[in-house]
Write a protein that binds this ligand. Structure first.
Ligand SMILES: C[S@@+](CC[C@H](N)C(=O)[O-])C[C@H]1O[C@@H](n2cnc3c(N)ncnc32)[C@H](O)[C@@H]1O
Length: 496
């Protein structure tokens, strides 16, 4: 989840320094009170009786931990169309805090470090450590101190990493399928390494049921519920992670971290979730999961898509031909400018084409007379020069490459645009099949549009101003109307 989280300075004495990540200064773990004890019955009674028993137990646990009370907390968990969600128990103001969850209840690398497997996880990437921790705790069942939280997590979501082979065949040809397969392979690779280096040699610490499927489940939970804190630290915040996404929310500043009271006598860093709009009593509170995310991102991480908000996208990949006589020079320039021998560009329906895509395409298409731009003397300025068309022939190749890439991508889908439109119009599609149909349709429409744009561009190539013409003008050898001057303009500054 993408919470944009700011840290605000505390006005009160701070028991734990901000972002102190050492195990020695770890706050004490949460208390081990069973939620059936009566102490928090008052706050627990606020949860609608229709809420499933595990959610009741989780809410009670949160109450006993001092996180929620009917006086301070204006939301309760509820069953909503998106699964579980948070509903306002009274009118909530814009920017009002909804929940304040102390650090001792976050699941992050500190939590892993303080656990029984902490000493084994020191060298792991943070997401791998948190995945292993979550997967292990889940398999420990009722003996896990995190059981009340783990019991409210869904067994799976509609995210594409959980789709069956048959369901995945519905997104054949899409960038979403490629992203899904790459992600699953990456997670599987990491699991294999962790299994070999940590789980198998320390079998007494891990339930034998901890398989790749459970590790993938933990990964799915992190992708859909964790957020990156300052300094790229990953954390899952129980209870806060019940908040759903709505397109109606257009601001992403939904959380801050500050020090504050975290129970009867304790002080801690608090993760504070706020509502960016006013909400009426009884309504669900939402946040924005990320304005820049494409529908493929939403489907991959969360298992839903959003229509009509410019999230349709497609990807085009290009590369420097191995047989290109200028391969080494082009690669050097590409690498110096943050690219490589192949480059993948994400294109959004309502956004301009990425400028870097045209630069890259012009670079890899440089040929014949235009190859002088690859000269070492021009190395520092060539990338900037490629922002504008180089020559008619170069731009012609660029247009053809884009058209060919679109046509090739369009031939890889199992359905046509018309078939998808008809499927969607008929309705009654299974939820995942509907996601698949919208993603296919969005990608294909965009590819068709790009193909058309470059066909039209090809017809206007004579109207463009090319590199040589621009240089002559800069040097004052050609005037704005194309008239030829014999002497260079004294004021002109030679540049690319
Ligand atoms: C951070 S969790 C929110 C709590 C979640 N609804 C639950 O039941 O645990 C994110 C997940 O909620 C669901 N979700 C959130 N917003 C949604 C939306 N606008 N449409 C459909 N599903 C949504 C998706 O399953 C997503 O993976």
């Amino acid at each position: 989840m993408s919470f944009s989280c700011a840290v605000v300075p505390s006005t009160s004495p701070c028991k734990f320094p901000l972002f102190s990540i050492s195990t020695a200064s770890q706050p004490k773990p949460f208390s081990q009170i069973h939620p059936s004890s009566a102490s928090a019955s008052e706050s627990a009674s606020v949860v609608p009786p229709s809420v499933p028993q595990p959610v009741q137990a989780f809410w009670k646990w949160m109450s006993e931990e001092g996180v929620v009370s009917p006086y301070t907390c204006p939301v309760v968990p509820a069953v909503v169309p998106e699964g579980l969600g948070l509903v306002a128990t009274r009118d909530v103001d814009k920017d009002e805090f909804l929940l304040k969850v102390p650090r001792r209840l976050w699941v992050n690398t500190d939590t892993v470090a303080a656990s029984d497997i902490g000493s084994l996880c020191g060298g792991l990437k943070s997401w791998v450590a948190v995945c292993l921790f979550l997967a292990r705790e889940k398999e420990m069942g009722s003996s896990s101190p995190w059981r009340f939280y783990l019991d409210v997590l869904p067994e799976r979501t509609n995210a594409t990493i959980f789709w069956s082979e048959e369901e995945l065949s519905e997104i054949k040809g899409t960038s979403l399928l490629r992203m899904t397969m790459e992600m699953k392979e990456h997670v599987e690779d990491e699991f294999r390494k962790v299994d070999e280096a940590i789980i198998t040699p320390n079998g007494h610490l891990f339930p034998s049921s901890l398989t790749f499927e459970r590790f993938l489940w933990a990964f799915g939970m992190i992708r859909s519920r964790a957020f990156s804190r300052l300094g790229d630290q990953l954390a899952i915040i129980p209870l806060v992670d019940l908040i759903n996404h709505s397109s109606k929310i257009t601001k992403e500043d939904n959380a801050v971290e500050m020090n504050g009271p975290a129970g009867l006598f304790s002080w801690d860093l608090l993760f504070c979730l706020k509502s960016t709009i006013p909400v009426k009593e009884g309504e669900q509170v939402f946040i924005q999961y990320g304005l820049k995310k494409s529908n493929a991102d939403l489907a991959l991480h969360y298992g839903f898509v959003e229509l009509g908000t410019g999230r349709d996208s497609c990807n085009l990949t290009f590369g420097i031909r191995e047989s290109d006589p200028f391969n080494a020079d082009k690669l050097q320039i590409a690498v110096a400018n943050g690219s490589s021998e192949t480059a993948d560009f994400e294109i959004f329906i309502d956004r301009p084409l990425p400028q870097e895509m045209l630069q890259y395409l012009r670079l890899i298409s440089l040929d014949g007379l235009d190859a002088f731009l690859l000269e070492p003397a021009l190395r520092n300025s060539v990338w900037k020069a490629l922002k504008s068309p180089v020559s008619r022939s170069n731009e012609d190749i660029v247009c053809r490459m884009v058209r060919d890439a679109c046509r090739s991508a369009l031939s890889g889908y199992p359905t046509t645009i018309e078939q998808d439109e008809s499927l969607i119009r008929k309705g009654n599609l299974d939820y995942k099949l509907e996601i698949a149909a919208w993603v296919r349709l969005g990608e294909k429409k965009l590819l068709k549009r790009i193909e058309r744009e470059f066909e039209e561009r090809e017809l206007t190539l004579d109207e463009f101003e090319y590199y040589t013409e621009r240089r002559f003008k800069e040097l004052g050898l050609v005037g704005d109307e194309g008239e030829v001057n014999c002497q260079p303009n004294k004021d002109s500054v030679p540049s690319m």
